[in-house]
Design a protein around this ligand. Sequence first.
Ligand code: ASP
Ligand code: MG
Length: 400
Amino acid sequence: MRILVQKFGGTSLATAESRAQAMGHILDARQQGYSLVVVVSAMGRKGDPYATDTLIELLEARESADLRDLDLLLSCGEIISAVTLSSMLRAQGIDTIVLTGGQAGIVTSRQFSSARILNIDPTRILEELKQGRVVIVTGFQGITDQGEITTLGRGGSDTTATALGVELDAEIVHIFTDVEGIMTADPHIVADASRLKTVSYTEICNLAYQGAQVIHPRAVEIAMQKNIPIRVRSTMSKDEGTLVTSSSYAQFMEKRTNDRLVTGITQTTNITQLRINIDGTKAALKVFQTIADHHISVDFISVTPQGVAFTVSNLDVEKAIAHLQQQGFEPAVRRNCAKVAAVGAGIAGVPGVMAQIVEALEAHSIDILQSADSHTTIWCLVEEKDMITAVRALHSKFCV
Ligand code: ASP
Ligand code: MG
Protein backbone atom coordinates (compact mmCIF):
# COMPACT_ATOMS: atom_id res chain seq x y z
CA MET A 1 0.00 0.00 0.00
CA ARG A 2 1.45 3.41 -0.97
CA ILE A 3 0.24 5.74 1.75
CA LEU A 4 0.09 9.51 1.36
CA VAL A 5 -0.84 11.81 4.24
CA GLN A 6 -2.29 15.15 3.16
CA LYS A 7 -2.85 17.86 5.76
CA PHE A 8 -5.06 20.85 5.06
CA GLY A 9 -4.68 23.88 7.31
CA GLY A 10 -7.36 26.33 8.41
CA THR A 11 -7.05 28.70 5.46
CA SER A 12 -7.09 25.75 3.04
CA LEU A 13 -10.58 24.88 4.28
CA ALA A 14 -11.91 28.37 4.99
CA THR A 15 -14.09 28.95 1.94
CA ALA A 16 -16.13 26.84 -0.45
CA GLU A 17 -13.56 27.72 -3.10
CA SER A 18 -10.56 26.58 -1.06
CA ARG A 19 -12.38 23.43 0.01
CA ALA A 20 -13.00 22.68 -3.65
CA GLN A 21 -9.28 23.12 -4.31
CA ALA A 22 -8.46 20.80 -1.41
CA MET A 23 -10.85 18.27 -2.86
CA GLY A 24 -9.01 18.55 -6.18
CA HIS A 25 -5.75 17.54 -4.48
CA ILE A 26 -7.47 14.60 -2.81
CA LEU A 27 -8.90 13.41 -6.13
CA ASP A 28 -5.50 13.79 -7.83
CA ALA A 29 -3.82 11.69 -5.16
CA ARG A 30 -6.50 9.01 -5.50
CA GLN A 31 -5.92 8.95 -9.22
CA GLN A 32 -2.22 8.47 -8.63
CA GLY A 33 -3.11 5.32 -6.73
CA TYR A 34 -2.35 6.45 -3.20
CA SER A 35 -4.08 5.16 -0.11
CA LEU A 36 -5.03 8.44 1.40
CA VAL A 37 -5.13 9.78 4.94
CA VAL A 38 -6.34 13.38 5.11
CA VAL A 39 -5.68 15.38 8.28
CA VAL A 40 -7.66 18.59 8.74
CA SER A 41 -7.45 21.71 10.91
CA ALA A 42 -10.43 23.77 12.01
CA MET A 43 -11.75 26.01 9.22
CA GLY A 44 -10.49 29.54 8.77
CA ARG A 45 -8.89 32.04 11.10
CA LYS A 46 -9.96 34.22 14.02
CA GLY A 47 -13.40 35.64 13.32
CA ASP A 48 -14.45 32.82 11.01
CA PRO A 49 -17.38 30.89 12.54
CA TYR A 50 -15.71 27.57 13.41
CA ALA A 51 -12.05 28.58 13.72
CA THR A 52 -10.17 27.57 16.86
CA ASP A 53 -9.77 31.20 17.99
CA THR A 54 -13.48 31.79 17.52
CA LEU A 55 -14.36 28.76 19.62
CA ILE A 56 -12.07 29.96 22.41
CA GLU A 57 -14.00 33.22 22.49
CA LEU A 58 -17.17 31.35 23.41
CA LEU A 59 -15.78 30.81 26.90
CA GLU A 60 -16.59 33.32 29.61
CA ALA A 61 -13.42 33.47 31.68
CA ARG A 62 -10.93 32.39 29.04
CA GLU A 63 -7.79 32.86 31.09
CA SER A 64 -9.01 30.62 33.88
CA ALA A 65 -11.03 28.21 31.74
CA ASP A 66 -11.05 24.58 32.72
CA LEU A 67 -8.60 22.96 30.33
CA ARG A 68 -10.58 19.76 30.02
CA ASP A 69 -13.61 21.81 28.94
CA LEU A 70 -11.44 23.82 26.59
CA ASP A 71 -10.15 20.70 24.85
CA LEU A 72 -13.66 19.33 24.44
CA LEU A 73 -14.70 22.60 22.87
CA LEU A 74 -11.68 23.01 20.58
CA SER A 75 -11.82 19.44 19.34
CA CYS A 76 -15.15 20.36 17.70
CA GLY A 77 -13.46 22.73 15.23
CA GLU A 78 -11.58 19.91 13.54
CA ILE A 79 -14.63 17.64 13.64
CA ILE A 80 -16.68 20.27 11.81
CA SER A 81 -14.15 20.67 9.02
CA ALA A 82 -13.59 16.90 8.70
CA VAL A 83 -17.28 16.16 8.31
CA THR A 84 -17.75 19.05 5.87
CA LEU A 85 -14.91 17.84 3.67
CA SER A 86 -16.16 14.27 3.90
CA SER A 87 -19.63 15.25 2.71
CA MET A 88 -18.13 17.06 -0.28
CA LEU A 89 -16.11 13.99 -1.24
CA ARG A 90 -19.11 11.69 -0.82
CA ALA A 91 -21.11 13.92 -3.11
CA GLN A 92 -18.44 13.11 -5.71
CA GLY A 93 -18.92 9.39 -5.11
CA ILE A 94 -15.76 8.95 -3.01
CA ASP A 95 -16.03 6.60 -0.06
CA THR A 96 -14.79 8.32 3.08
CA ILE A 97 -14.66 7.82 6.82
CA VAL A 98 -14.11 10.52 9.41
CA LEU A 99 -12.13 9.52 12.49
CA THR A 100 -11.48 11.67 15.54
CA GLY A 101 -7.96 11.55 16.96
CA GLY A 102 -9.05 8.92 19.46
CA GLN A 103 -10.83 6.82 16.85
CA ALA A 104 -7.71 7.02 14.69
CA GLY A 105 -5.79 5.40 17.56
CA ILE A 106 -3.90 8.49 18.75
CA VAL A 107 -3.18 8.12 22.46
CA THR A 108 -1.78 11.14 24.26
CA SER A 109 -0.50 12.20 27.65
CA ARG A 110 -3.02 13.59 30.13
CA GLN A 111 -1.97 17.23 29.78
CA PHE A 112 -5.04 19.02 28.55
CA SER A 113 -4.34 21.71 25.92
CA SER A 114 -0.74 20.64 25.41
CA ALA A 115 -0.85 16.87 25.27
CA ARG A 116 1.93 14.83 23.68
CA ILE A 117 1.29 11.87 21.43
CA LEU A 118 2.42 8.75 23.31
CA ASN A 119 1.34 6.04 20.96
CA ILE A 120 -0.64 5.44 17.78
CA ASP A 121 -2.52 2.24 17.09
CA PRO A 122 -2.95 2.28 13.30
CA THR A 123 -5.28 -0.74 13.11
CA ARG A 124 -8.49 1.16 12.39
CA ILE A 125 -6.92 3.47 9.81
CA LEU A 126 -5.32 0.53 8.00
CA GLU A 127 -8.61 -1.37 7.96
CA GLU A 128 -10.41 1.61 6.44
CA LEU A 129 -7.67 2.15 3.87
CA LYS A 130 -7.94 -1.51 2.85
CA GLN A 131 -11.64 -0.91 2.18
CA GLY A 132 -10.53 1.77 -0.28
CA ARG A 133 -11.83 4.65 1.82
CA VAL A 134 -10.28 8.07 2.13
CA VAL A 135 -9.61 8.33 5.87
CA ILE A 136 -10.19 11.85 7.19
CA VAL A 137 -8.62 12.41 10.61
CA THR A 138 -9.32 15.42 12.80
CA GLY A 139 -5.96 17.04 13.49
CA PHE A 140 -4.69 18.47 16.76
CA GLN A 141 -6.33 15.95 19.07
CA GLY A 142 -6.13 12.58 20.71
CA ILE A 143 -7.42 10.62 23.64
CA THR A 144 -5.82 9.67 26.96
CA ASP A 145 -5.59 6.19 28.42
CA GLN A 146 -8.59 7.26 30.52
CA GLY A 147 -10.69 8.13 27.48
CA GLU A 148 -10.41 11.91 27.86
CA ILE A 149 -10.24 14.08 24.74
CA THR A 150 -7.07 16.16 24.59
CA THR A 151 -5.55 18.68 22.18
CA LEU A 152 -1.90 18.92 21.20
CA GLY A 153 -1.30 22.68 21.53
CA ARG A 154 -1.81 25.37 18.90
CA GLY A 155 -0.70 24.36 15.43
CA GLY A 156 -0.93 20.71 16.46
CA SER A 157 -2.56 19.39 13.27
CA ASP A 158 0.84 19.34 11.61
CA THR A 159 1.99 17.04 14.39
CA THR A 160 -0.99 14.74 13.82
CA ALA A 161 -0.07 14.56 10.14
CA THR A 162 3.61 13.72 10.52
CA ALA A 163 3.02 11.37 13.46
CA LEU A 164 0.53 9.43 11.32
CA GLY A 165 3.02 9.58 8.44
CA VAL A 166 5.66 7.98 10.64
CA GLU A 167 3.32 5.36 12.14
CA LEU A 168 1.90 4.37 8.75
CA ASP A 169 5.28 4.53 7.05
CA ALA A 170 3.84 6.94 4.51
CA GLU A 171 5.70 7.66 1.29
CA ILE A 172 5.42 11.39 2.03
CA VAL A 173 3.37 13.92 4.01
CA HIS A 174 1.95 16.90 2.12
CA ILE A 175 1.28 20.00 4.21
CA PHE A 176 -1.13 22.22 2.28
CA THR A 177 -1.13 25.86 3.29
CA ASP A 178 -1.63 29.37 1.92
CA VAL A 179 1.94 29.93 0.69
CA GLU A 180 3.73 28.36 -2.27
CA GLY A 181 6.46 26.86 -0.13
CA ILE A 182 9.48 27.97 1.88
CA MET A 183 11.17 31.13 0.63
CA THR A 184 14.81 32.26 0.83
CA ALA A 185 13.58 35.26 2.87
CA ASP A 186 10.40 36.99 3.93
CA PRO A 187 9.00 38.28 0.60
CA HIS A 188 7.53 41.29 2.40
CA ILE A 189 11.11 42.41 3.04
CA VAL A 190 13.08 40.97 0.14
CA ALA A 191 11.44 41.51 -3.23
CA ASP A 192 13.56 38.92 -5.04
CA ALA A 193 13.15 36.17 -2.45
CA SER A 194 12.69 32.89 -4.25
CA ARG A 195 11.05 29.61 -3.43
CA LEU A 196 13.32 26.80 -2.25
CA LYS A 197 12.99 23.45 -3.98
CA THR A 198 14.39 21.60 -0.99
CA VAL A 199 15.24 22.36 2.62
CA SER A 200 16.49 20.09 5.37
CA TYR A 201 14.49 19.35 8.52
CA THR A 202 16.88 21.46 10.60
CA GLU A 203 16.87 24.34 8.17
CA ILE A 204 13.11 24.64 8.13
CA CYS A 205 13.03 24.75 11.94
CA ASN A 206 15.59 27.54 11.97
CA LEU A 207 13.98 29.51 9.18
CA ALA A 208 11.73 30.85 11.92
CA TYR A 209 9.71 33.36 10.01
CA GLN A 210 8.86 31.30 6.97
CA GLY A 211 9.24 27.96 8.72
CA ALA A 212 7.39 28.02 11.99
CA GLN A 213 4.39 29.78 10.51
CA VAL A 214 4.07 27.18 7.80
CA ILE A 215 4.76 24.01 9.75
CA HIS A 216 5.07 23.36 13.47
CA PRO A 217 8.65 22.51 14.51
CA ARG A 218 7.45 19.56 16.56
CA ALA A 219 5.90 18.05 13.45
CA VAL A 220 9.23 18.39 11.66
CA GLU A 221 11.09 16.72 14.52
CA ILE A 222 8.73 13.76 14.40
CA ALA A 223 9.11 13.32 10.63
CA MET A 224 12.88 13.60 10.97
CA GLN A 225 13.06 10.64 13.34
CA LYS A 226 12.03 8.27 10.58
CA ASN A 227 13.13 10.35 7.62
CA ILE A 228 9.61 10.73 6.30
CA PRO A 229 9.76 13.47 3.66
CA ILE A 230 7.38 16.42 3.83
CA ARG A 231 6.22 18.66 1.02
CA VAL A 232 5.00 22.14 1.95
CA ARG A 233 2.72 23.36 -0.82
CA SER A 234 -0.14 25.67 -1.65
CA THR A 235 -3.73 24.47 -1.69
CA MET A 236 -4.51 26.96 -4.43
CA SER A 237 -2.10 25.56 -7.03
CA LYS A 238 -0.71 22.33 -8.40
CA ASP A 239 2.80 23.56 -7.78
CA GLU A 240 5.16 21.13 -6.06
CA GLY A 241 6.14 23.52 -3.26
CA THR A 242 9.19 22.81 -1.11
CA LEU A 243 10.46 19.36 -0.23
CA VAL A 244 11.61 19.01 3.38
CA THR A 245 13.97 16.13 3.85
CA SER A 246 17.20 15.01 5.49
CA SER A 247 20.11 17.37 5.17
CA SER A 248 22.22 15.07 3.04
CA TYR A 249 19.41 14.44 0.60
CA ALA A 250 18.50 18.13 0.42
CA GLN A 251 22.12 18.97 -0.28
CA PHE A 252 22.41 16.20 -2.83
CA MET A 253 19.41 17.56 -4.70
CA GLU A 254 20.73 21.11 -4.63
CA LYS A 255 24.30 20.20 -5.53
CA ARG A 256 23.19 19.17 -8.95
CA THR A 257 22.34 22.76 -9.67
CA ASN A 258 24.38 24.79 -7.20
CA ASP A 259 26.45 24.22 -4.13
CA ARG A 260 24.55 26.28 -1.66
CA LEU A 261 26.06 27.62 1.50
CA VAL A 262 23.23 29.61 2.99
CA THR A 263 19.68 28.42 2.32
CA GLY A 264 17.75 31.38 3.59
CA ILE A 265 17.70 34.50 5.74
CA THR A 266 15.24 35.01 8.53
CA GLN A 267 14.47 37.56 11.22
CA THR A 268 12.71 37.92 14.57
CA THR A 269 11.76 41.09 16.43
CA ASN A 270 10.60 42.10 19.92
CA ILE A 271 13.88 41.33 21.62
CA THR A 272 15.68 43.22 24.39
CA GLN A 273 19.33 42.83 25.30
CA LEU A 274 20.44 42.91 28.93
CA ARG A 275 24.10 43.32 29.94
CA ILE A 276 25.39 43.02 33.48
CA ASN A 277 28.87 43.60 34.81
CA ILE A 278 29.86 40.85 37.19
CA ASP A 279 32.81 39.72 39.16
CA GLY A 280 33.41 36.05 38.44
CA THR A 281 31.36 33.06 37.38
CA LYS A 282 29.60 32.72 40.73
CA ALA A 283 27.78 35.97 40.02
CA ALA A 284 26.87 34.69 36.54
CA LEU A 285 25.26 31.70 38.19
CA LYS A 286 23.18 34.01 40.39
CA VAL A 287 22.03 35.97 37.33
CA PHE A 288 20.93 32.91 35.37
CA GLN A 289 19.42 31.23 38.43
CA THR A 290 17.28 34.32 39.04
CA ILE A 291 16.12 34.29 35.44
CA ALA A 292 15.41 30.56 35.54
CA ASP A 293 13.50 30.78 38.83
CA HIS A 294 11.05 33.11 37.13
CA HIS A 295 10.69 30.94 34.01
CA ILE A 296 12.12 33.53 31.65
CA SER A 297 13.80 32.09 28.60
CA VAL A 298 17.01 33.67 27.37
CA ASP A 299 18.83 33.73 24.07
CA PHE A 300 22.17 35.04 22.76
CA ILE A 301 23.87 34.07 25.98
CA SER A 302 27.43 35.20 26.44
CA VAL A 303 29.41 34.85 29.63
CA THR A 304 32.87 36.10 30.50
CA PRO A 305 34.41 36.50 33.98
CA GLN A 306 33.62 40.24 33.73
CA GLY A 307 30.12 40.24 32.40
CA VAL A 308 27.09 38.48 31.03
CA ALA A 309 24.88 39.48 28.15
CA PHE A 310 21.72 37.86 26.93
CA THR A 311 18.41 38.67 25.31
CA VAL A 312 14.84 38.17 26.48
CA SER A 313 11.54 38.61 24.73
CA ASN A 314 10.02 42.08 25.13
CA LEU A 315 7.17 40.43 27.02
CA ASP A 316 9.55 39.36 29.80
CA VAL A 317 11.78 42.43 30.06
CA GLU A 318 10.18 44.26 32.96
CA LYS A 319 9.88 41.07 34.97
CA ALA A 320 13.54 40.19 34.29
CA ILE A 321 14.81 43.65 35.25
CA ALA A 322 12.79 43.73 38.44
CA HIS A 323 13.99 40.34 39.66
CA LEU A 324 17.61 41.07 38.74
CA GLN A 325 17.47 44.38 40.61
CA GLN A 326 16.07 42.60 43.64
CA GLN A 327 19.22 40.48 43.59
CA GLY A 328 21.40 43.61 43.46
CA PHE A 329 22.21 43.62 39.73
CA GLU A 330 21.91 46.70 37.54
CA PRO A 331 21.36 45.49 33.98
CA ALA A 332 22.12 47.80 31.06
CA VAL A 333 19.05 47.56 28.86
CA ARG A 334 19.01 47.85 25.08
CA ARG A 335 15.46 47.74 23.79
CA ASN A 336 14.17 47.35 20.23
CA CYS A 337 16.57 44.70 19.01
CA ALA A 338 16.05 42.14 16.28
CA LYS A 339 17.69 38.91 15.39
CA VAL A 340 18.69 38.16 11.82
CA ALA A 341 19.94 34.74 10.83
CA ALA A 342 21.67 33.05 7.95
CA VAL A 343 20.45 29.46 7.85
CA GLY A 344 22.09 26.73 5.84
CA ALA A 345 23.14 23.14 6.39
CA GLY A 346 25.99 24.00 3.99
CA ILE A 347 27.73 26.32 6.45
CA ALA A 348 28.78 23.53 8.82
CA GLY A 349 32.54 23.36 8.89
CA VAL A 350 33.02 25.91 6.12
CA PRO A 351 35.46 28.64 7.13
CA GLY A 352 34.82 32.27 6.31
CA VAL A 353 31.03 32.42 6.56
CA MET A 354 31.10 34.78 9.53
CA ALA A 355 33.59 36.98 7.71
CA GLN A 356 31.13 37.29 4.83
CA ILE A 357 28.27 38.10 7.20
CA VAL A 358 30.27 40.80 8.96
CA GLU A 359 31.35 42.19 5.60
CA ALA A 360 27.75 42.38 4.36
CA LEU A 361 26.52 44.15 7.50
CA GLU A 362 29.54 46.39 7.81
CA ALA A 363 28.99 47.63 4.27
CA HIS A 364 25.75 49.17 5.56
CA SER A 365 27.31 50.36 8.85
CA ILE A 366 25.14 47.95 10.83
CA ASP A 367 26.43 47.17 14.31
CA ILE A 368 26.38 43.53 15.34
CA LEU A 369 25.46 43.68 19.02
CA GLN A 370 25.99 39.98 19.66
CA SER A 371 26.15 36.78 17.67
CA ALA A 372 25.46 33.11 18.20
CA ASP A 373 25.84 30.06 16.03
CA SER A 374 24.90 26.43 15.62
CA HIS A 375 25.70 23.75 13.10
CA THR A 376 23.38 25.24 10.52
CA THR A 377 22.73 28.83 11.56
CA ILE A 378 24.52 32.07 12.42
CA TRP A 379 22.41 34.61 14.29
CA CYS A 380 23.28 38.29 14.67
CA LEU A 381 21.60 40.65 17.08
CA VAL A 382 21.08 44.10 15.55
CA GLU A 383 19.01 47.13 16.33
CA GLU A 384 15.48 46.78 15.02
CA LYS A 385 15.89 49.89 12.87
CA ASP A 386 18.67 48.05 10.97
CA MET A 387 16.80 44.77 10.57
CA ILE A 388 15.35 45.21 7.11
CA THR A 389 18.63 46.46 5.67
CA ALA A 390 20.45 43.59 7.36
CA VAL A 391 18.10 40.95 5.94
CA ARG A 392 18.38 42.43 2.45
CA ALA A 393 22.17 42.69 2.67
CA LEU A 394 22.55 39.07 3.77
CA HIS A 395 20.08 37.87 1.17
CA SER A 396 21.94 39.57 -1.65
CA LYS A 397 25.24 38.30 -0.32
CA PHE A 398 24.21 34.65 -0.11
CA CYS A 399 20.91 33.88 -1.78
CA VAL A 400 20.85 35.44 -5.23
N1 ASP B 1 -6.86 24.36 14.83
C1 ASP B 1 -5.73 24.29 15.69
C2 ASP B 1 -5.09 25.67 15.86
O1 ASP B 1 -5.58 26.63 15.33
C3 ASP B 1 -4.73 23.30 15.23
C4 ASP B 1 -4.05 23.62 13.92
O2 ASP B 1 -4.55 24.42 13.15
O3 ASP B 1 -3.01 23.03 13.63
O4 ASP B 1 -4.14 25.80 16.57
MG1 MG C 1 -0.72 25.63 11.28
